[in-house]
Ligand binder design. Sequence first.
Ligand code: ATP
Ligand code: MG
Length: 369
Amino acid sequence: MGRIILTGDRPTGKLHLGHYVGSLRNRVIIQNTWEYDRMFVFIADVQALTDNADNPEKVRQNIIEVALDYLSCGLDPSKVTIFIQSMIPELHEMTQFFSNLVTVQRLQRNPTVKSEMAQRGFHDGAEDDNRRGLPVGFFTYPISQAADICAFKSTTVPVGADQEPMLEQCREIVRSFNTTYAPVLVEPEIYLPANMVCRRLPGTDGKAKMSKSLGNCIYLSDDPKEMEAKVKSMFTDPGHLRVEDPGKVEGNCVFTYLDAFVEPGDFEKFWPDYASLDEVKDHYRRGGLGDMKCKKFLISVLHDRLQPIRERRHFWEQDIPGVYEILRKGSEAAREVAAATLHEMKDAMKINYFDDAALIAEQAAAYKA
Ligand code: ATP
Ligand code: MG
């Protein structure tokens, strides 16, 4: 069997540079250069509701933002099936069946869920303080995510490093299903960016992860002025007070972002004083290179990467009904695939009673007076 690619994003906000280098950029490369059977990209509104149940309007408004970000980054609906998670009810049936194969203890060990709970102020102890209790749907979202992956028999999931525990959990569910019932499902592989800094891009505040929920993002749709202002106030090395001081490159966001975005040719175009990023880093470490010069270079590089994305976004913004039509068609196509997989799963689980002529005949004979 060939490769089937699948990934998605939660419609909780516009997409940012972390999404871009962690997953989106790889998706476009895969779409344009790999050989694959099919590629699916979906907007995970059901998952977004697990921690936004009281704010459906936010989810509703952000579907179009995520779709516009996809199209503006170059995802091509003639090559990729783009769909909305809630339009595929089969996923919820699968989630229910999978939840019987996973223990509460196993879910509690998932490190991504743990850190996301802390980030959102959810707690799983007694409800005796002012923190919010943990919604069941949020706690079990790794199971629903396994259903998203399995429904399409995905082989390859291009995501950021925070998704590793989800993929591991999904693989366990597949193994458990296949050994308990029949070998129907496919174990997926995670596909991480080769460049380590892209696997978990930090926020502009230097915090571990750029994340919509943390408000430390540069969005793909930021206008040039917003992007510039964010870079200028970016976290660098707090010990690098005067230009002459030696500076630290590790943990310095400007250098992390340069590592993630610089391409061959950028120095020649935007900063001919240097031939490579290593030269800049050496100078910064020695002292004598100011933050602002480095930030200006980063602004030029980001501007160059983001301008074509902004232009394509502007194009698609003029045809919002057309974008919804792409999502509708994609959702219909995706649903057919998910329904076929669910059918196979139900056969394997022996809950296909009306199709099981042998069962009916056997019981009819046994009960006949
Ligand atoms: P939320 O705060 O609502 O969870 P998020 O910013 O974490 O939003 P998701 O929709 O959860 O974004 O993530 C979608 C995809 O983008 C996943 O594949 C995830 O690994 C990747 N991703 C998100 N943030 C980053 C980041 N900072 N660096 C690398 N990859 C990222
Ligand atoms: Mg997230």
